[in-house]
Design a protein around this ligand. Structure first.
Ligand code: SF4
Length: 360
């Protein structure tokens, strides 16, 4: 896993995780007692969480949630939470929620000095690429991603050497180092648009072989793949979906395009996390099954009353490294800082910006 792309940090001059403490002095550890004040301050948050967190568990969570919400103001920090964060983070402390690119773009629009990225490492790098002047923290530097770890910048350079002239598109789930070597970035929402934007017969779409295959099924462009996969979505099978339909004949099944093509073919709709959420809000199905990471359904449920969620799902162990107590420590001790070499960041920013401009 790429821990940092800063040569200074790699050389040991700026240890990963250290933020200059003269800029951000350490703060006193808050008292985490469930007081009347904490109960009152967190009551509106519990309203959004009561469908998923039993009342008996709330006194154990509320003091940390309250402390984070106080501390983030003191630090002038904004907390970004990916759709796969647990509900206590998603509804309890996040200022902005969404998919990784939505989060990074929204963060550029805030005047916060500090970004706390509740997600995995490549997402924090993307935030740093788009907000180079902000301090970007990740509560657990080990929060990686099987897709991002499947390819390096050197792999992309070798791919280009072997296949001159073929555009290389990178899914946003890659390190800054990889983005810096690619022509343009894409998300699962706009991958088809990006593939067709070149007006050529063949493109590489790396590193997710399933996303590339799913996009390839919708276009005449030949989409060449890299052998990477999301360890969460590749575990779903088409047979599993057929079995669920037998038990729940009226269920609507919606799948993420990181799933294998035969799983996507079995689903009623396939789209990015943001599109899945929109689809449920627009269509309001009686029963729905989200073929993706477990926390998605938990997070959307409170915003879609009347929809019954059937919950087969797979957990992402990397996303689940981010916890409330680590977020609290992140703000208290200003750790762990995500740094990206400015030269790499500038090249990666070009790839991301090309996609944003295309979207417009
Ligand atoms: S769900 Fe898959 S793509 Fe997302 S962080 Fe986890 S391993 Fe990576």
């Amino acid at each position: 896993m790429t821990i940092t792309t800063s040569p200074a940090a790699l050389a040991g001059a700026t240890p990963a995780g250290a933020v200059a403490l003269d800029r951000y002095p350490p703060l006193a550890r808050p008292d985490l007692t469930y007081t009347h004040e904490v109960a009152e301050a967190t009551a509106p948050i519990y309203e959004k969480l009561k469908h998923i967190i039993p009342a008996i568990e709330w006194p154990a969570l509320a003091p940390t949630i309250h402390a984070i919400n106080v501390l983030k103001k003191e630090r002038n920090a904004v907390i970004l939470a990916h759709n796969y964060m647990t509900p206590d983070i998603y509804h309890g402390v996040a200022d902005i929620v969404g998919d990784s690119l939505q989060l990074a773009i929204e963060a550029t629009r805030t005047d916060a000095d500090v970004i706390v990225q509740c997600g995995v490492h490549f997402m924090a790098e993307t935030s740093k690429i788009l907000s180079p002047d902000k301090t970007v923290l990740i509560p657990d530097m080990k929060a990686g991603c099987s897709l991002a770890e499947s390819i390096t910048g050197a792999d992309v350079r070798a791919l280009r050497e072997r296949n001159p002239g073929i555009p290389i598109i990178t899914y946003v789930n890659t390190s800054a180092d990889v983005k810096a070597e690619c022509d343009i970035c894409c998300t699962s929402s706009n991958a088809l648009q990006v593939v067709e934007s070149f007006g050529v017969d063949r493109v590489f779409l790396i590193p997710d072989k399933y996303l590339a295959a799913n996009v390839g099924n919708k276009t005449d462009v030949e989409v060449l793949v890299w052998d990477g996969a999301c360890e969460v979505h590749e575990r779903f099978t088409a047979q599993e979906l057929r079995d669920y339909r037998k038990i729940e004949p009226n269920v609507q099944i919606i799948a993420h395009p990181e799933c294998p093509p035969e799983v996507v073919a079995e689903a009623d709709f396939a789209g990015s996390t943001a599109h899945m959420i929109d689809w449920v809000k627009t269509n309001k199905p009686e029963k729905v099954m989200m073929i993706t990471e477990c926390s998605m359904a938990d997070n959307v449920a409170s915003e879609t009353p009347g929809v019954d969620y059937i919950r087969p799902c797979n957990l992402c162990p990397h996303m689940k490294r981010i916890t409330l107590s680590k977020i609290l420590d992140s703000l208290l001790y200003m750790k762990e800082e995500v740094v990206v070499d400015p030269v790499i960041a500038e090249k990666a920013r070009v790839a991301v910006q090309r996609m944003i401009d295309l979207k417009k």
